[in-house]
Design a protein around this ligand. Sequence first.
Ligand code: ADP
Ligand code: MG
Length: 313
Amino acid sequence: MDEFALIQHYFKQQASGDASVQQGIGDDCAIVQPLPGKLLAISMDTLVAGIHFPQQTSAYDIGYKALAVNLSDLAAMAATPQWFTLSLSLPESNPEWLQAFARGLFDCAKKYSIHLIGGDTVRASLSITIQIQGYCSPEQVLYRHGAQPGDTIFVSDYTGEAAAGLLAIKQKQDMPYLVGKLNRPEPQIKLAQMIQPYCSACIDISDGLAADLGHILSASHCGAELEIEGLMANPNLQHLDRQEREKVILYGGDDYQLCFCVRAEQLEQFQREIWQKQPQIQKIGQICAKQQLLLKTPSGCRTLAITGYNHFG
Ligand code: ADP
Ligand code: MG
């Protein structure tokens, strides 16, 4: 199958459109009609085989995850998904692989109501780049800056599960729940829109909790005191010893949960309106003025290095 037949068969035929798409796949550019009065949020992420997913990852999961991690960036800013483009670099044109990849990709696209409007296809080693676009209202963008001393820090769910999944794969342990967390992240699009009115800052956790919270802290010129005993109690991580558990929770990447700060004056309302109905949300600490990241544990306090995955580190 040549390049054009491949695009037609696996991508054009399955791409959904909507009224905003004047020209989808098939011309030199996609042509879209943006909504008046809205801001566009635009982001791009690349997944490279062996770096962002293990070589043995199924084509379905690669397709799903490639889109999901991009959607997670929209979630982090409380944006609503609209369109995406796909740049696919493939070592060969393998029909079974492409079929499964496209199924994973479009299952994720349908679930989060986003439309594929174009892309590029080349022959080279396996990597997938997606550029994504969504809408925000000008008064509803959630930035990394904006956290203030006294804000309470939350995560949208447990962290460290994806890293524990990767560990299980490396150690050849059969842990389907954790491996599922690694391969099929769920971008927190809906939750982001619910929490936005209460939040001063937000980020999605791709490189690890300490590193990504660190980005909020440097953008907001403040520090944090963390208490992670709630995260340490995660029943799905109890096979790891304390030290290993702490490591995946603080430094493990790929969870794509949100880390966000709730303003002190809105905390009570947040608790009533959101937290009580979303018990998976975990409270993990406080923003403070001193620019450091302090971890409080049952055995005392220590200062943490703000590090996570870094391609050039
Ligand atoms: P050009 O040579 O003008 O860049 P291409 O041959 O690369 O055009 O692409 C033809 C059409 O197919 C364009 O509309 C492009 O957006 C679309 N396209 C190419 N690859 C993909 C892909 N992997 N997924 C979706 N659309 C694609
Ligand atoms: Mg092209």
